[in-house]
Design a protein around this ligand. Sequence first.
Ligand SMILES: CCCCCC/C=C/C(=O)SCCNC(=O)CCNC(=O)[C@H](O)C(C)(C)COP(=O)(O)OP(=O)(O)OC[C@H]1O[C@@H](n2cnc3c(N)ncnc32)[C@H](O)[C@@H]1OP(=O)(O)O
Length: 393
Amino acid sequence: MAVLAGRLARRWCFGLLRSPTQVPALGLHAGSPTMRTSQKDFNDAVSQVKLLKEDPGNEVKLKLYALYKQATEGPCNVPKPGMLDFINKTKWDAWNALGSLSKEAARQKYVDLVSSLSTSSKSPSPETPAADRKPPEGNSLVVTSEDGITTIRLNRPTKKNALTTQMYHDIIAALQAASKDESTITVLTGSGDYYCSGNDLTNFTHLSAGGLEEMARSGEVLLRDFVDCLIDFPKPLVAVVNGPAVGISVTILGLFDVVYATDRATFHTPFSHLGQSPEGCSSYTFPKIMGSSKAAEMLLFGKKLTAQEACARGLVTEVFPDGTFQKEVWARLKAYSKLPPNALRISKQIIRKQEKEKLHAVNAEESSVLRERWLSDECMNAIASFLSRKAKL
Ligand SMILES: CCCCCC/C=C/C(=O)SCCNC(=O)CCNC(=O)[C@H](O)C(C)(C)COP(=O)(O)OP(=O)(O)OC[C@H]1O[C@@H](n2cnc3c(N)ncnc32)[C@H](O)[C@@H]1OP(=O)(O)O
């Protein structure tokens, strides 16, 4: 463990302010759900920073960092780092230089700064039809639009479609675009023999300037944004589970409208084994869907379900033989996609409306609990074991 921590710390130092995707990790922490509603512009700007595709440069990133800290924590209130700790000292200097600037003024400056950054560096406009969008980097996610169906396909078959940090961002962008495009139905599915093996455990090794704490903080924000996006998704959302599903790819199924699975699929949430805790609103949706003791067996003890068991428990809508899975499911979805889109939207809204506030609150709490878990020895040891090939599920 100590060796892993040392290795992680070294990677973090060398990675200082190098990549634009590290901007959000520089102290971003969106705070409590109450704060979130009253600071919408600020939170939108925080999300926008994560979507920047061009590096705004270290000076801007440092300003963003300082304004973020001032906006969320007020004037610099931590001891000055030692002379040799030059990374943290630079950050501390930038924050401290803001003196007694009020939180409100810092929020405003942060929003102004973000909106002044080139719009060309933002993600594609939500209005862009899915088919015309540039594929995300490395094609780990493939988004297509055909026959009234926008399909978001996890495309890292050699890694069992494990979700990298970039993929969470790309899925958020794809969902935002799909919510506004011409399609009637949106589908999430996987390439290859797996649906998804959950969070990519190597995400924990990509540390930015703020080290483990910052990684956990930015992970909390990203997780919350990702799940919020699913909670608010306005069109019918269908999971086409083409193989085994693990971790977060299972927990979010409670937020989908329909889940079709091949009979080869399994559903596994090994959170305790990983020293982690449930997310994706599963602490609320699973007991509601399958009853509290069945949910506990999955979420506490990591019981892996077959597709038939998941169907019997109400997590899966229908199971299909693997040989005819793709043909049967897509034929059915094509027929459904011809239904009047507005009626589908409105009906979904009525079905989900009463739950939304609750789901957002559950999501905020689960994300915050996970942030603490990620810093625990139990979690670090489990990840170290996986990375050193000592453990698999
Ligand atoms: C914003 C952050 C939000 C985080 C939210 C919290 C989310 C929590 C979770 O999702 S918890 C679940 C995490 N997932 C796992 O623990 C699964 C780990 N993987 C495994 O146990 C196994 O790989 C397997 C059972 C999924 C598949 O086993 P097998 O069929 O024997 O294949 P391999 O193990 O050889 O895997 C092939 C290849 O893929 C890599 N890989 C698989 N899963 C992951 C993963 N989750 N993270 C990173 N890499 C993964 C594996 O290392 C192999 O790579 P290699 O060929 O060795 O380079």
